[in-house]
Design a protein around this ligand. Structure first.
Ligand code: NAD
Length: 270
């Protein structure tokens, strides 16, 4: 008797084994979580950030050792068009492209620094145009490809004080649709994942300060400060997002293209 869970994982594994995945912004948080799930399923992974530190290379080495795949770190600044294209050129192969790198800045429209607006649009949106344009010929050569863009609930809805982020995330949802239409008759798909709040180290680090500032418990901070717009009052996890990428890479998702998948605990149902 097989267990359903194992059977499903087996089906998903088969589809990415030996494929090469490039994940932008993947030395921490969601990007690293996606890289881990892909490596666990047998994909060779290319990690990226712009820092080029010893730690960055060690993260790749430890993934290679843990999952017995090839894992490489390539430094490239996703705010620079030439770096975006060089990342794909240096990778040499790109069956799965996950556009994940992203930054945030919170300020009212009239106070929003032009430099922050430009950086957010460059990293959160423009980089995906450049990497995708460079990766599509490689996918066409190998006869299969998956583009997965990490958008956000903010790709589908707005929030005050996040003008650049909301604009970039809506933009990447639009870009996803165009990539899907331009590849519709090929064995290539393009989709966007729209997480609500995800418990990344960045978010985790904010909890103790808020607990201390308001004299709240950890649970209160999470449920009544951080997750007020997420009806489930639960974070999405990086493993769940990685698992969604695996689903999009599986043959079950061959006809899923040009769409968004929300992991937001009901945020966009409100
Ligand atoms: P994070 O800060 O933990 O990770 C961001 C990654 O991007 C890091 O590896 C960082 O080095 C890299 N990066 C930043 N600037 C870069 C640049 N110029 N060039 C190359 N790499 C760069 O953030 P995260 O929370 O894991 O977010 C990852 C993605 O998920 C982002 O696109 C973010 O908008 C999106 N997202 C996050 C959440 C959340 O709650 N954490 C929710 C929805 C969407």
């Amino acid at each position: 008797m097989y267990r359903m869970h194992e059977f499903n994982i087996g089906v998903l594994n088969m589809s990415v084994k030996g494929k090469t995945a490039v994940i932008t912004g993947s030395t921490s948080g969601i990007g690293l979580g996606i890289a881990r799930e892909l490596a666990k399923a047998g994909a060779n992974v290319i990690l990226n950030s712009f820092t080029n530190s010893r730690d960055d290379h060690e993260i790749a080495a430890s993934l290679a050792e843990e999952f017995n795949v090839s894992a490489l770190y390539i430094s490239a600044d996703m705010s620079m068009p030439s770096d975006c294209r060089n990342l794909i050129d240096k990778a040499g192969k790109c069956d799965i492209l996950v556009n994940n790198a992203g930054i945030q800045h919170v300020a009212s429209l009239t106070d929003f620094p032009t430099e922050r607006w430009d950086a957010i649009i460059a990293i959160n949106l423009n980089s995906a145009f450049h990497t995708t344009a460079a990766a599509l010929p490689l996918m066409r050569n190998s006869g299969w490809g998956r583009v997965v863009n990490i958008a956000s609930a903010h790709g589908l809805t707005g929030s005050p004080y996040k003008s650049a982020y909301v604009a970039a995330k809506h933009g990447i949802v639009g870009l996803t649709k165009v990539v899907a239409l331009e590849t519709a008759e090929e064995p290539i798909t393009a989709n966007a994942i729209c997480p609500g709040y995800v418990l990344t180290p960045l978010v985790e680090a904010q909890i103790p300060d808020t607990m201390q500032k308001y004299g709240m418990t950890r649970d209160d901070v999470i449920k009544n400060v951080m997750l007020t717009r997420q009806p489930s009052r639960e974070f999405a996890t990086v493993e769940q997002i990685g698992g969604t990428v695996l689903y999009l890479c599986s043959s079950n998702a061959d006809q899923v293209t040009g769409t968004t998948i929300s992991l937001d605990g009901g945020w966009t149902a409100l």
